[in-house]
Design a protein around this ligand. Structure first.
Ligand SMILES: *Cc1c(COP(=O)(O)O)cnc(C)c1O
Ligand SMILES: [Zn+2]
Length: 414
């Protein structure tokens, strides 16, 4: 039994193939490369029962991951996050079978740890000594920390407005950190220049092929946690869209090896109204998005004005009969509070956007009676303290507890 059944890299647009044993970034045609596996061989060699007794981490699926030698695995214990029933939140929006996959419970506090674990492990396997990337915060934090664990140097560029804690995560890892008074697209230009000047490994979203393989494990886990029976709908907060592309890729691969069958879940790309290029493209029936100028949203992880993999996100949405929907910041902040109040889960604003979208899609009838719906919460609310208003009366020592007051009364600030 091989540790990995990786076979080669394939261009998502022109189908050119490349070796997974050499460093590659984009295809010569400019499109992202996808990792391919020997799925026919895997179908014969691997069965669901092989998973029993394996580690409760994403490495339990190592046959479908690109790292060839176990010695190169760089792990902080990521993966196998809980799939929680959300009965009270679900009842409130008419979706009794609502579940949340909680990605707040991974190292670095966001699902970006999945992409970093697999991406950094593969970089180590390829002999990379120094990498660079632009980020909206969470990815840079995860890659900087995993790079530290791997002994790889990292350089990270993020907008000055990115969540403050993610700066701290990069700084404490010992990585080079730079801030740009602009968007992630501006950070990307600075990184591209440094990559050219210094010969760094470009770890930008989809400019290396392996991050998506880490993110795809969300799809593998959902299938396993559901007992290999798929939900009707999966909602995902979409920035670069790698998580959604990854979930779709995972489901196709599982179908190919015979572990799941039937219709795939309808995949929903959720964006913020202040940055909704994918939604606009979907509404216009197009296969690519256009740059969204002056984008702004409190849900920082999904503030991506133009995603390199937009055509792959749209393909996944069209192919599964899904949709794309945008929610306003006020709506998602109200939903964040609702989920914490009803379920005790302090989710991130991006995750809250997904719950707000579920509510709307149920109200419009797009989500039907009794459908099973999975909402991805991509990070922990604790990373975004500014989104919560926590005003409260101050009582002098020896005073009494005021009645009728609730923290945060008066709505959300910012
Ligand atoms: C990066 C990020 C997203 C968007 O992820 P993509 O896969 O790039 O679309 C969503 N939520 C959070 C918390 C993020 O950090
Ligand atoms: Zn190509």
């Amino acid at each position: 039994m091989l540790f990995s059944y990786v076979s080669h890299l394939e261009c998502a647009k022109c189908a050119a193939s490349y070796s997974h044993r050499e460093r590659h970034q984009l295809c010569a045609c400019g499109s992202p490369l996808l990792v391919r596996y020997h799925l026919e061989a895997l179908r014969k060699a691997w069965s669901k029962s092989d998973l029993a007794g394996r580690d409760n981490s994403l490495w339990r699926y190592h046959e479908l991951l690109p790292v060839e030698h176990e010695a190169h695995v760089v792990s902080l214990g990521e993966g196998m996050t809980p799939l929680l029933p959300m009965p009270r939140a679900g009842a409130g929006m008419g979706i009794p079978k609502l579940y949340m996959k909680d990605e707040g419970l991974v190292p670095t506090g966001s699902f970006k740890a999945r992409g970093a674990a697999v991406g950094v492990s593969k970089a180590k396997e390829l002999g990379v000594r120094a990498l660079a990337m632009p980020t909206n915060g969470n990815a840079g934090a995860a890659w900087a920390l995993y790079a530290a664990r791997a002994g790889i140097e990292a350089a990270v560029v993020m907008p000055v407005d990115a969540p403050y804690i993610t700066r701290g995560e990069v700084a404490i890892s010992g990585a080079r950190l730079a801030l740009v008074d602009g968007l992630i697209s501006d950070a990307g230009k600075i990184v591209a220049q440094a990559v050219r000047d210094e010969g760094l490994y470009d770890a930008s979203t989809l400019k290396e092929p392996y991050r998506i393989e880490g993110k795809k494990t969300m799809g593998l886990e959902i299938a396993e946690q559901m007992g290999w029976r798929l939900p009707d709908v999966i909602l995902y907060p979409t920035g670069g869209g790698v998580g959604l592309i990854g979930i779709y890729k995972a489901l196709l691969e599982l179908r190919e090896i015979g572990w799941i069958e039937g219709k795939l879940p309808r995949l929903v790309a959720v964006q913020a109204a202040g940055c909704a290029p994918i939604v606009k493209a979907w509404e216009e029936g197009r296969s690519e998005s256009s740059f969204w100028s002056e984008s702004a949203t409190i849900a920082f992880g999904i503030n991506v004005p133009k995603a390199l993999g937009d055509f792959l996100v749209l393909e996944a949405v069209y192919a599964t009969g899904g949709c794309a929907i945008a929610v306003r910041d006020e709506e998602l902040l109200a939903e964040q509070r609702e989920v914490a109040t009803l379920e005790g889960a302090f989710i991130c604003p991006e995750g809250a956007a997904v719950f707000a979208a579920a509510r709307r899609l149920r109200a419009s009838g797009w989500i039907k009676d009794e459908e099973t719906v999975i909402a991805l919460n991509t990070g922990m609310g604790i990373k975004y303290p500014d989104t919560v208003r926590a005003d409260a009366p101050i009582v002098p020592p020896g005073g009494t507890l005021p009645t009728g007051s609730q923290a945060g009364e008066g709505g959300e600030s910012r």
